[in-house]
Design a protein around this ligand. Sequence first.
Ligand SMILES: NC(=O)c1ccc[n+]([C@@H]2O[C@H](COP(=O)([O-])OP(=O)(O)OC[C@H]3O[C@@H](n4cnc5c(N)ncnc54)[C@H](O)[C@@H]3O)[C@@H](O)[C@H]2O)c1
Length: 309
Amino acid sequence: MKILVTGGAGYVGSVLVPMLLARNYQVRVLDNLMYGGRGLLPCFASRNLEFMKGDVRDEAAYARALEGAEVIVNLAAIVGYPACKKDARQAEEINVGGVRNLVRLRKKDQLILQASTGSNYGAVLGDLCTEETPLSPLTVYGRTKTEAEQVLRSAGNVVMYRFATAFGVSNRMRLDLLINDFVHQAVKIRNLVVYEKTFKRTFLNVRDLAASFLFAIDHADTMRDQTYNVGHESMNASKEEIAQLIRKKFDFYLHFAEVGEDEDKRNYEVSYEKIRKTGYQPTVSLDEGIDELIRSMAVVEIRNEFNNV
Ligand SMILES: NC(=O)c1ccc[n+]([C@@H]2O[C@H](COP(=O)([O-])OP(=O)(O)OC[C@H]3O[C@@H](n4cnc5c(N)ncnc54)[C@H](O)[C@@H]3O)[C@@H](O)[C@H]2O)c1
């Protein structure tokens, strides 16, 4: 089977592509290498990897990349609200325009697995978010990912995954993700200031996130044209709970501040009942994932720019 992974050199792609190769799939990656390509270096040991440097905004490049693929895992995007805010037009062109290109250029029998996000829910207070909860994104990131969902849903032959915030290690490391960021500050700076400590968020280890795509390939017949929250209720946690979990393992100065806010105002709890009923189960707990991050800080430099390590 041939699988196209757009954005495959990124944080998620660098974990997913080796998993696909380990299953002997033919894997083609289309990526413009915005953050470089080092994450994929070990994968070139396999003859089953084909890398195409290209942009999802470039129709000719996209059409070539789609040739012969049975499944497309669509990861290419400008990710997170700070990166999208920096250049909203670029985020719109890639996150929505790239998806419009994809649905226009693919043949209808080519299945799309879309990496969408729980950010699309915005702030939902009181209730558990299910896949039926109305989307009310509050940032350019959320709005573009929500629009991409609409384009894909009307095109059909898609599995829509709304992921929890990923955490854990990848060859293309991201330190802007909440848990990765907290562990990085705790271990490297030994100082962490947390605002909006009661805000609830939801998390998923990056290996479990990647594994959910393998699961969708195996269960395409029943998952096609469905939307799933991907994560686990045991990983719904407040910012305070995350900080305290880290502090149990590593001593650092922890301060809860009254001022400061996240622009995306995310404060929500998510139900994962629908995907659990399919048989999908994450395997890495918050506790194990935080341990892994603490160990990895031995080789991570102190960050000086968001989303670009
Ligand atoms: N990491 C998370 O917590 C998380 C959570 C929910 C959803 N997602 C989604 O998963 C996907 C991957 O996220 P990630 O964390 O790996 O981000 P990332 O920024 O590490 O990776 C994105 C990749 O896309 C590539 N890319 C960007 N614009 C491109 C373009 N125009 N053409 C071709 N390639 C392009 C980049 O070079 C990069 O390799 C995204 O769609 C994101 O919205 C991620």
